[in-house]
Design a protein around this ligand. Structure first.
Ligand code: 26V
Length: 804
């Protein structure tokens, strides 16, 4: 009798508790008989067995927080890009081997089970993934915290390619049972919109015209080694009243369901455009929906054990992840004044002491501004409060220049609002913070010296090293002992080992294991054979002009051109890997995607260059794909126009996984360079200051192109239709833009990038040099743990201590 048969006939004989639990859940929760269970069924069974083990530390954490009356952090974010949960939770609980064994015992491969889980893709990119890393670090550090977000029914769209063009289809992560959340229908709040405000006895009363109900769904977030767990509370929208029974009985079924349908649109989709601010009313409503529900929940929790709202800042810290929840300032004032009877000034002081604001972008087109007409229409009471905040600020700071303010030119500027309503404002890398001070809020910075601080981003090493890169994680533990996952500075202990040829060989072997796995996956998914002996050169991130995927593909063409002219010159083979989605309405970004795919088609079928150069662009880049690709990368492409990338966090993940950066002095690249040393980083390109100066020359692009024969040749090839033979003029506009516009200075940085790429080849040709460099990237990445970032938030903004 096999173990499976035994277990099925008698659950109690299973030797291992986890196995017993998995089988129990398969039977009683999933309702499946083991011999007929699919991978999906096993995934649900395992997830429930793991979830059971999270619930106890979760309750214990909550109980401790109550008993010790601890200050709590509330992280408000329109995006949480969590990805998959099962593997992360299993590893944090230390149950990975046990889970693998348990699944093997029933003849199921744990990896297949893990890969069956859909990504929770409730975010666009860096900002949402940062929120997810922060949730994990707060749990690891025992910082009592709640994440508040929206439970979008459809996360970020799925991407596929049709003849190289991006096609978007809806994502449907909730189509299957989602075992990680607990519905809390008892935690529900009413959120209003529109309507009018009446003054009565010196008080303002808002009569909303529409109301929806925000219903809570809780997901526990477990920290490293299961010592603490926090809650991610996502709000789902539903109608305040059930469907109209009277209309239904009259047979008017559509009309009967209408209020419910309208309400639900609020949590239906994630806005997929992080390139431009769009004045969409629905977006404003989503932002208020999240913020109001969260603040009502926060006040309810506070008042259940306190009575003095003036002491709120001693117990509550609220962080606004960008300006999307910036309505928190006015909404908190409204709740304190209108619902709890505080004076306006008092409410303002309390709100400011609770609130902090993180800025994540300087791109003018991504800075939120609402027409006062829209804002006043959707949130009439808040419009009054915003104006009152603005005039209070003008009076309190008589030196404020006339052109500074929250309401200007019939617009409400959410950046200014968030700034004025916060006690701390932070940038996300040293360079970015300087630019926030100098270019975004120079006057407010002068009026409020010390309010803007820098907190360089970080990423969780549990997911991005321990979980995603088991071969390297194993080598690290063998070399410096256990425990580095929660104390990442200990990676410095690897430094002496890099001089040891044996260690370097093991480091290279770990990388090779990951590269073989990725090659196999690429072969399976895309039908392209790539050699693990090539340099895996990776650019994965949203497609934006400022991130300059265009620079990368133009240089790739130049490289191909040279290979063809002397294929036997002893070249180092390369695999160029791209990944990323373009906002559906961002035409230029979509054109760049198509160009990359068109170039790949030609290059990959060129018998002259063969294995010397391959280009792959697997569709639908997401967190899970990043976990596959980053550990296998040799080279990290971080080539944004200097001054444009606020921080970057992918750059940190590559560094941790032993991939040196080829990059510009932008965002956190600056600090990566500082930590790792110039000899272990392929630096090129104009600095932020040089970029600004260069743009003053209206002829900058033409001059740069004419000075570079390789670039000239590349543009010529594209313009001639070399990569679009069926439609030679396909890229005329794009080429024209490089020649005549080139706002992101692709042409001006081309030569320097080309030279830096040649330097990469030279370094790779010397294995001792390369693997020393790669290992030093890992060894010196400790600073980029999100634990370090979160400790700084706790000390410098939230004033909250660890419960551990
Ligand atoms: C703007 C909008 C506009 C309305 C539609 C939805 C939407 C979503 C996001 C945004 C702002 C995006 C800002 C952002 O993602 N910034 C990134 O933040 C990362 C974490 O700090 C940082 O590493 C990246 O450099 C930065 O681009």
């Amino acid at each position: 009798m096999t173990l499976l048969d035994k277990a099925v006939t008698d659950l109690s004989v299973t030797p291992n508790l986890l196995q017993a639990d998995i089988l129990r859940h398969l039977t009683f929760t999933v309702g499946k008989d083991a011999p007929h269970a699919s991978v999906h069924d096993w995934r649900l069974a395992l997830s429930h067995a793991i979830r059971d083990r999270i619930v106890e530390p979760w309750f214990a954490s909550t109980r401790r927080t109550w008993a010790e009356d601890r200050k709590r952090v509330y992280y408000l974010s329109m995006e949480f890009l969590i990805g998959r949960i099962l593997e992360d939770a299993t590893i944090n609980l230390g149950l990975y081997d046990a889970a693998a064994e348990a699944m093997a015992a029933v003849g199921v491969d744990l990896r297949a089970v893990i890969d069956d889980e859909p990504d929770a893709a409730l975010g666009n990119g860096g900002l949402g993934r940062l929120a997810a890393c922060f949730m994990e670090s707060m749990a690891t550090l025992g910082c009592p915290a709640y994440g508040y977000g929206i439970r979008y029914e459809h996360g970020l769209f799925r991407q596929h390619f049709d003849h190289g063009r991006q096609i978007e289809t809806p994502e449907n992560w909730l189509a299957q049972a989602h075992p990680w959340e607990f519905a809390r229908p008892e935690s529900a709040y009413t959120v209003g919109f529109k309507g009018h405000v009446e003054s009565r006895d010196g008080r303002e009363i808002w009569y909303p015209q529409e109301t929806v109900t925000a219903e809570a769904f809780d997901t526990p977030i477990i920290g490293w080694q299961g010592k603490w767990a926090n809650t991610l509370r996502l709000w789902g929208a539903k109608g305040t009243t059930n469907f109209d029974l009277e209309r239904f009985n009259r047979g008017d079924y559509t009309a009967a369901a209408e209020p419910e349908t309208l309400a639900r649109t609020l949590s239906r989709v994630l806005y997929p455009d992080d390139t431009t601010y769009q004045g969409k009313e629905l977006r404003l409503k989503q932002e208020f929906f999240l913020t109001s529900a969260a603040l009502q929940d926060i006040l309810r929790r506070y008042l259940s054990s306190h009575s003095d709202l003036r002491a709120l800042p001693k117990h509550v810290a609220i962080q606004m992840n960008d300006t999307h929840p910036a309505i928190a300032g006015p909404e908190l004032i409204r709740l304190l004044v209108d619902d709890h009877g505080l004076a306006f000034d008092e409410a303002l002081t309390i709100a400011r002491a609770c609130l902090g604001y993180t800025n994540h972008t300087l791109l003018p087109e991504a800075l939120e501004r609402w027409a006062t007409y829209t804002f006043g229409n959707v949130l009439p009471r808040h419009m009054q409060i915003v104006e009152r905040i603005d005039s209070w600020h003008r009076r309190a700071y008589p030196n404020r220049p006339h052109y500074v303010g929250i309401v200007k030119h019939q617009e409400v500027r959410m950046g200014e609002l968030a700034f004025i309503m916060s006690h701390k404002v932070n940038g996300v890398s040293a360079l970015h913070t300087d630019l926030v001070k100098q270019t975004l809020f120079p006057e407010l910075n002068r009026l409020h010296p010390g309010r803007i601080i820098n907190l360089t981003n970080g990423v969780t090493p549990r997911r991005w090293l321990r979980m995603a890169n088991k071969p390297l994680a194993g080598l690290i533990t063998d070399s410096i002992g256990a425990g580095w996952e929660a104390d990442l500075d200990r990676l410095r202990g690897l430094e002496p080992h890099v001089e040891d040829a044996g260690f370097r060989e093991r480091f290279a072997a770990a990388k090779r294991t990951n590269k073989v796995a990725l090659s196999n996956w690429i072969g399976r998914e895309m039908g392209v054979r790539v050699s693990p002996d090539a340099v895996f050169d990776v650019q994965i991130k949203r497609i934006h002009e400022y991130k300059r995927q265009l620079l990368n593909i133009l240089e790739t063409i130049a490289h191909w051109h040279r290979l063809r002219s002397s294929p036997a010159a002893g070249w180092i083979p390369r695999v160029k890997i791209f990944g990323g989605k373009a906002a559906p309405g961002y035409a230029v970004a979509k054109e760049i995607i198509r160009l990359i795919n068109d170039v790949a088609e030609v290059v990959n079928n060129d018998p002259v260059t063969g294995d010397l150069l391959k280009i792959v662009y697997p569709p639908n880049y997401n967190v899970s794909m990043a976990e596959r690709v980053i550990p296998a990368a040799d080279l990290s492409e971080q080539i944004s126009t200097a001054g444009k990338e606020a921080s970057g966090t992918g750059n940190m993940k590559f560094m941790m996984n032993g991939a040196p950066t080829i990059g510009t002095l932008d965002g956190a690249n600056v600090e990566i360079l500082q930590e790792v040393g110039a000899e272990n980083f392929f630096l090129f390109g104009l600095t932020a200051e040089e970029v600004a100066r260069r743009r003053e020359d209206p002829d900058h692009a033409r001059k740069a192109i004419e000075a570079s024969q390789p670039l000239m040749d590349v543009l010529q090839m594209i313009a001639e239709g070399r990569f679009s033979p069926d439609e030679p003029e396909r890229y005329h506009q794009l080429v024209h833009r490089v020649w005549h516009h080139d706002y992101f200075l692709v042409a001006s940085d081309f030569e320097a990038y080309h030279v830096a790429q040649a330097e990469v080849d030279k370094a790779y040709a010397d294995p001792a040099r390369w693997w020393r460099m790669a290992a030093l990237n890992t060894a010196r990445s400790g600073f980029f743990s999100s634990d370090r970032t979160i400790r700084s938030y706790m000390d410098e903004i939230w004033q909250v201590t660890s419960a551990l």
